[in-house]
Design a protein around this ligand. Structure first.
Ligand code: SAH
Ligand code: SF4
Ligand code: F3S
Length: 455
């Protein structure tokens, strides 16, 4: 535990009743966004207000992602451009948080080449933020805290981005070491939050009117493995499903190697659990899956899909796919296309493989050219477009329950939201519907969404 009370009152004293403004920007996955909300929670406690305009900010925090090289390049670009801001306003404090900070070569690079950065805050050190800020306000040149506090207390104080959709991390870290992936190195080993803390947080959110609870973890299926059999993920789902109220439960991500029969039972038996599963396949080739250390075969994966579709032939599945893993052959790639045709995903999130220093795959030879990888990516996207266009037609004539989340940017007089199946639905309406459940009869299918009318 680290007690911030004294430090926070010292900061307030230094600020002398003034309300400085903070600009906090999160990159990467929803877990990082959730950390960003915790950072904001701490800042609010210290007396900060918030701005979306970095030129107005007294404090800038970039909460970074390291999963692919282009994510890191973007951050370096932004930090580079902040040199000017800092020259204009030497009092400006700039901090880098998130997954990039956990790689020593990146932390070194920031320290050496970006003197405009005042502090670095590690992914497990969010509670160390007040201390770092106090150092900066006292004139320290550069400070860093990348310790692991293993303290989930900042959870309670977050400034949430939405008033009807909430992310609830249930565990941190990852033990899987997929050979391409940096996450286990930057987020550490799996740590599950206490079930009673998760339950009371969700109860509070439902009381506050939240309509969608997104349970987050790098592999939610291994929730509880470190709790000595006290609670598994399917049990947690059932426990949360029993909370009274009108809300949906979603979760991300599920590793196929741990997607059990109990999990599938829980999805079908819990009325509040959304009827959608994000099940990252990464590749359809057993050779590539082995070299990725995914610990399942295409056949095992399809077994899970078949069990789900046996219960509901139209069940909605989405996935992540990596194109161009080291030495991926044309045959390997075609196996990926084949699994896409077989599963018929409603949506895929596809990425060209990015070499991450420190991971096993970074050492693997790779004879495939960038042009070839780009060409494969285009083929994959084209196939998915065809599949979505065809597959979305199954919703025409059906009723879908939709949580409206925004006015449509594509069509005036329309709003859009997501159905339980995680499909984007457009319907006529105005901003008064935002944050509400509505029933929609689907009349039209596109390749990225469906459209319908309220019933
Ligand atoms: N824990 C989650 C994924 C976290 S990262 C899971 O296992 O499903 C999200 C996605 O980024 C991964 O599923 C993978 O498809 C992609 N990804 C991870 N590392 C990558 C890399 N080095 N290059 C390209 N894509 C990568
Ligand atoms: Fe990365 Fe694999 Fe862990 Fe997902 S399960 S975070 S892809 S190592
Ligand atoms: Fe990126 Fe870190 Fe998430 S590397 S994907 S922000 S866990």
């Amino acid at each position: 535990m680290n007690d911030n009370t004294v430090i926070i009152s010292e900061i307030k004293r230094l600020l002398g009743g003034r309300q400085p403004l903070a600009y906090v920007r999160s990159f990467g996955c929803q877990l990082n966004t959730s950390d960003g909300e915790k950072i904001k929670g701490l800042l609010r406690k210290m007396g900060y207000g918030f701005t979306e305009d970095e030129a107005q900010a007294d404090l800038i925090i970039l909460n970074t992602c390291a999963v692919r090289e282009n994510a890191e390049d973007r951050v370096f670009g932004i930090v580079g451009s902040m040199k000017k801001l800092k020259e204009l306003r030497p009092d400006l404090i700039i901090g880098i948080a998130g997954c990039m900070t956990a790689q020593s070569h990146i932390a070194e690079k920031i320290k050496k080449s970006y003197p405009q950065v005042d502090f670095v805050l590690g992914t497990s050190a969010i509670n160390g933020l007040p201390r770092l800020l106090l150092d900066c306000l006292n004139g320290a040149k550069f400070s860093a805290d990348i310790a692991e506090y293993d303290d989930f207390s900042a959870q309670a104080e977050q400034v949430r981005e939405s008033s009807f959709k909430a992310s609830v991390p249930i565990m941190f870290g990852c033990n899987n070491f997929c050979t391409y992936c940096i996450v286990p190195y930057v987020r550490g080993r799996e740590r599950s939050r206490r079930p009673e803390d998760i339950i009371s947080e969700v109860e509070g959110l439902v009381r506050d009117g939240y309509k969608e609870i997104m349970l987050l973890g790098q592999n939610v299926n291994s929730y509880g493995n470190d709790l000595g059999g006290e609670m598994s993920f399917p049990q947690l789902l059932r426990r949360l499903n029993a909370i009274e109220g009108d809300f949906w439960i979603r979760f991300m991500s599920s590793h196929p190697k741990d997607a059990s029969a109990e999990l599938i039972d829980a999805i079908f038996e819990c009325d509040k659990v959304a009827k959608h599963l994000h099940l990252p396949v990464q590749s359809g080739s057993d050779g590539v899956l082995r070299r990725m250390n995914r610990r399942y075969t295409a056949e095992k994966y399809l077994g899970i899909v078949d069990e789900i579709r046996r219960r509901d032939p139209d069940f909605s599945l989405t996935t992540d796919i990596i194109v161009g893993f080291p030495d991926e052959t044309e045959e390997d790639f075609e196996a990926t296309l084949a699994i896409m045709e077989r599963v018929r995903y409603d949506n895929i999130y596809s990425f060209i493989y990015s070499r991450r220093t420190g991971t096993k795959a970074a050492e693997m030879p790779d004879a495939v050219s960038e042009e070839e990888k780009g060409a494969r990516m285009r083929r994959l996207l084209e196939l998915q477009r065809e599949i979505s266009t065809e597959h979305y037609k199954r919703f025409i004539g059906r009723r879908m329950r939709v949580l409206v989340d925004d006015v449509s940017k594509k069509r005036e007089g329309y709003v859009s939201g997501k159905s339980s199946e995680f499909i984007i639905v457009e319907l006529e309406g105005d901003s008064s519907l935002i944050g509400q459940f509505v029933d929609v009869e689907i009349t039209e299918a596109m390749n990225w969404a469906v459209r319908g009318r309220r019933v």
